[in-house]
Design a protein around this ligand. Structure first.
Ligand code: NIG
Ligand code: FE
Length: 422
C-alpha cells in the first residue's frame, strides 16, 4: 500500500456541484411572503441533482469558488423552477389542418367528431406510422417545449385505441423520457374515444372491457403508465363508463385524472373528485357543485387555454369559483393535433392571463408548483427550495410578470434538468 498523499494534495472538495450567481429567483415556494417568492440578487446551488442551497447572494456561507465545483454566472437572468407541462398528447401521427380549415368556416369540433373526423382521423394516421416516425415527430415537439423552459412533461396515449397501439404510444413516451433531459410522466388514455368503426352498444361495451381488463393491467404490469385518464363527454364516454375505467385503474394502484366538462357539464369534476383524482382538466362547464367536490378532494384544476382559444370557446372556466375555494390552478399546453397544436408553455401563460384573467403570478404557479401537484410530484418539483429537484429555467426578462407578457418568441436562455445544464 503506498502511503496516503498529504491532505493538501487531495483535490479540493466542494460541498456543491454547481452554483448559479448573478441571478434573480422566482422561487414559487408555497406560502412565500413576497410575490413569486422572489429573491433579487439571489443564488441557487445543486448537489446530486437536488437543490442544496437557495437564498440571497449576500447570505452565501463562503466564497462561491470554495462552495461549488462549477460556478455559473447567470448574467442577471431570472431563474424559475423548470416549467411543468402537466397535460399533453404529444405522440401522434399526421395533423388536422383540414379540420382546422373546416372549423374556420363554421363546423364545430363535435360535428366533425360525429362525422368520423376529429380524434378518429388522428387514430388512423397514428396507427399507420412506425414507432420511429412517432418517436421522431414527438421528439421534435418535445424539443420545442423544452426550448420554452419545460423540464417535466406529461404525455398521454389516446390515439391508438386498441391494445397494441395504445401500449406502443406509451413505449414511445417512455423512450422519450429515457433519451431526453426531461422528466416524462405517462398517462394511459385508452378511453379517449371509441375506436373508428365501433358505433353500436355491444362494440362500445367490448371496447370498455378491453380498456379495463387488458390495457390497464398490461400497462401497469409493464410500468408503462403513471396514471389513467378518460375523456368524459357527450362525444366520448359517459360518467358511468368513466367510473368503470377509474375502478380498473385504482385496482392496479394507478392514479386517475379526467378530461372533464370541456364541452358540456357532465358532472365530470365531481366524478374526478369522488375518485380523488390528481386533476380535472378543461372545466369550462363545471358547476359550483363540481368545484365544491374538487376543493374537498384536493383535486387540481388544469386549465387549457390553448384548446379554449383554438375552439373559439366563449364559456369561460369558473376561475373566480376556483379562487374562492382555494383550488390549485395549473396550466398546460394540451398539445394535440385537434384542439391545441401548442408548442410553447409560456404562450399558454399569456393566453391564461388574457382569456381567463389569471394574474401572471397565478400563471407561473400554474406551470410550476400547481402543475407538479397535478402530477403527484408536489413534494419534489415545481419550487426552488432545498431538497427539491434541481430543475431550473433561466429567463432574459426584467421581472417575472414578463413571462406571461410575450405572445410567442422565447425569453428562455437556459435550462437545467436534474442539476445538469443543457
Ligand atoms: O384535450 N378533449 C379531448 N382530447 C383532446 C383533443 C383531442 C383531439 O381532438 O385530438 C383535448 O382537447
Ligand atoms: Fe387533452
Amino acid at each position: 500500500m503506498p502511503p496516503a498523499p498529504p491532505a493538501d494534495f487531495l483535490p479540493a472538495r466542494h460541498p456543491w456541484d454547481t452554483l448559479w450567481v448573478n441571478a434573480h429567483l422566482a422561487t414559487m415556494t408555497a406560502g412565500a411572503a413576497s410575490p413569486y417568492g422572489a429573491i433579487e440578487n439571489g443564488a441557487v446551488a445543486a448537489k446530486d441533482g437536488r437543490i442544496a442551497w437557495v437564498g440571497p447572494l449576500a447570505d452565501l456561507p463562503g466564497r462561491a469558488e470554495d462552495l461549488a465545483a462549477s460556478v455559473q454566472d447567470a448574467g442577471g437572468a431570472w431563474i424559475t423552477p423548470g416549467l411543468i407541462d402537466c397535460h399533453t398528447h404529444l405522440v401522434f401521427g399526421g395533423e388536422r389542418v383540414t379540420e382546422f380549415e373546416l372549423r374556420l368556416t363554421g363546423a364545430s369540433y363535435s360535428e366533425i367528431s360525429r362525422a368520423g373526423g376529429g380524434i378518429a382521423h388522428t387514430v388512423r394516421a397514428t396507427r399507420a406510422a412506425s414507432d420511429d416516425t412517432l418517436y421522431t415527430l414527438a421528439a421534435r415537439r418535445l424539443t420545442a417545449l423544452m426550448a420554452g423552459g419545460v423540464t417535466t412533461v406529461e404525455i398521454k396515449s389516446g390515439y391508438g385505441l386498441d391494445l397494441e397501439h395504445e401500449l406502443r404510444l406509451l413505449r414511445v413516451a417512455r423512450r422519450l423520457g429515457a433519451n431526453f433531459p426531461i422528466t416524462v410522466h405517462t398517462t394511459l388514455l385508452g378511453a379517449h374515444a371509441l375506436p373508428p368503426g365501433v358505433n353500436d352498444a355491444p362494440g362500445r361495451a367490448r371496447y370498455l372491457d378491453l380498456v379495463c381488463d387488458a390495457m390497464i393491467p398490461l400497462a401497469a404490469a409493464e410500468d408503462l403508465a403513471d396514471a389513467v385518464d378518460v375523456f368524459c363527454e357527450g362525444i366520448a364516454f359517459t360518467p358511468e363508463e368513466t367510473a368503470r375505467v377509474f375502478d380498473a385503474a385504482q385496482a392496479q394502484g394507478l392514479a386517475v385524472k379526467l378530461h372533464a366538462d370541456q364541452l358540456s357539464d357532465t358532472g365530470g369534476a365531481a366524478l374526478a373528485a369522488r375518485y380523488q383524482a390528481l386533476s380535472a382538466d378543461h372545466l369550462e362547464y363545471t358547476s359550483d357543485d363540481g368545484l365544491d367536490a374538487m376543493a374537498a378532494a384536493g383535486t387540481v384544476a388544469v386549465l387549457l387555454p390553448g384548446a379554449f382559444h383554438m375552439l373559439r370557446e366563449t364559456k369561460l372556466p369558473p376561475i373566480a369559483g376556483m379562487r374562492a375555494r382555494g383550488i390549485p390552478m395549473a396550466i398546460a399546453t394540451d398539445c394535440n393535433p385537434g384542439t391545441s397544436p401548442a408548442l410553447s408553455l409560456p404562450l399558454m401563460m399569456s393566453l391564461a392571463c388574457t382569456h381567463f384573467r389569471l394574474t401572471p403570478e397565478e400563471a407561473l404557479a400554474g406551470c410550476t408548483r400547481h402543475a407538479a401537484q397535478a402530477l403527484g410530484l408536489g413534494a419534489s418539483k415545481g419550487q426552488l427550495a432545498v431538497g427539491f429537484d434541481a430543475d431550473l429555467a433561466l429567463w432574459d426578462i426584467t421581472r417575472p410578470a414578463e413571462l406571461a407578457y410575450w405572445l410567442g418568441g422565447n425569453a428562455c436562455v437556459g435550462r437545467v434538468a436534474g442539476g445538469r445544464l443543457d
